[in-house]
Design a protein around this ligand. Structure first.
Ligand code: NAD
Ligand code: 0WE
Length: 267
């Protein structure tokens, strides 16, 4: 019996089998969770139906998080399938591609700033709010995905960094506002992973190379490693953890000067 057996979990943000959300879905499935999934548009529907089916799920519902109606309908539909919800997993981010290139001040715009914050941060509050009725009377949790660019500047990450900073503050404020209902709210800050959201990002390959040199584990992290941590954080094993940002980054964020880079200089 897995540590999530009997738990009902909604996972939002699968685009394909490289998505972090897919790593989370598989890890939670291994631990015995029952899963439901959302997809943002018809183009992605068949892929999510297929991947969900591989984990025994036939609850696959539409939700573009820029729409209040979509968000409300999503939880109404979940309520028709399930008597409640034990965990909400949010793996959604978006900024205009042009704003993930060049210097921050050159690329930022009023509209792009609003869009990035709407999809990448506000949507977590909106979904959390809509999930509340289904989370009453059980020990439940909400989880989102962040990145180090929230707390350190990062070339080209630009407006997404501000949106992730907002998302991390969201985790703390949401945790405070639902703690008395025995609902926990956390984030995983993951190291860089080659997913759809990372494809086409300028210099992603050399960024990964630098990451591997600096990180104490000397390698990138996988969607399975993020998935296993997500499964833990959404389980009763993590019943004392809320408002927290857990780093799954091979130690990268803990390093000041890396051994490997120092040796490169001194050899
Ligand atoms: P991904 O492209 O597989 O997932 C991003 C998802 O966001 C997609 O499924 C996409 O459909 C969804 N999305 C975008 N706009 C949406 C909208 N309006 N409504 C509903 N869904 C929408 O990439 P990923 O890397 O798995 O990203 C998942 C999360 O992990 C994101 O929050 C990302 O910021 C975060 N993250 C990624 C990395 C990385 O290096 N890949 C590192 C740390 C954190
Ligand atoms: O959060 C992310 C990526 C989020 C993302 C990616 C895209 C690409 C396609 C948001 N919006 C879009 N819009 C698109 O049109 N990551 C943590 C991965 C990532 O993205 C970077 C990174 C890393 C790491 C962008 C610049 C620098 C580093």
């Amino acid at each position: 019996m897995g540590f999530l057996s009997g738990k009902k979990v909604l996972i939002c943000g699968i685009a394909n089998n490289r998505s972090i959300a897919w790593g989370i879905a598989q890890a939670m499935h291994r631990q015995g969770a029952e899963l439901a999934f959302s997809y943002p548009n018809d183009k992605l529907k068949s892929r999510v139906v297929d991947l969900g089916g591989q984990l025994g799920s036939d609850i696959i519902l539409p939700c573009d998080v820029t729409s209040d109606d979509d968000i409300n309908n999503l939880f109404l539909e979940i309520g028709k399938h399930w008597d409640g919800l034990d965990a909400l997993v949010h793996c959604i981010a978006f900024a205009n591609r042009e704003e993930l290139d060049g210097t921050y001040l050159d690329s930022v715009t009023r509209e792009g700033f609003a869009l990035a914050h709407d999809i990448s941060s506000y949507s977590f509050s909106a979904m959390g709010k809509a999930a509340l009725p289904l989370m009453q009377g059980r020990a439940t949790s909400m989880l989102t995905l962040s990145y180090l660019g929230a707390v350190r500047s990062m070339p080209n990450y630009n407006v997404m960094g501000l949106a992730k900073a907002s998302l991390e503050a969201n985790v703390r404020y949401m945790a405070q506002s639902v703690g008395s209902q025995n609902i926990r709210v956390n984030a995983i800050s993951a190291g860089p992973i080659r997913t759809l959201a990372a494809s086409g990002i300028k210099n992603f390959r050399s960024m990964l190379g630098h990451f591997e040199k600096v990180a104490p584990l000397g390698r990138a992290v996988t969607i399975d490693e993020v998935g296993n941590t997500a499964a833990f954080l959404c389980s009763d094993l993590a019943s004392g953890i809320t408002g927290e940002i857990t780093y799954v980054d091979a130690g990268f964020s803990t390093v000041s000067l890396s051994d490997r880079l120092l040796h490169e200089q001194t050899q």
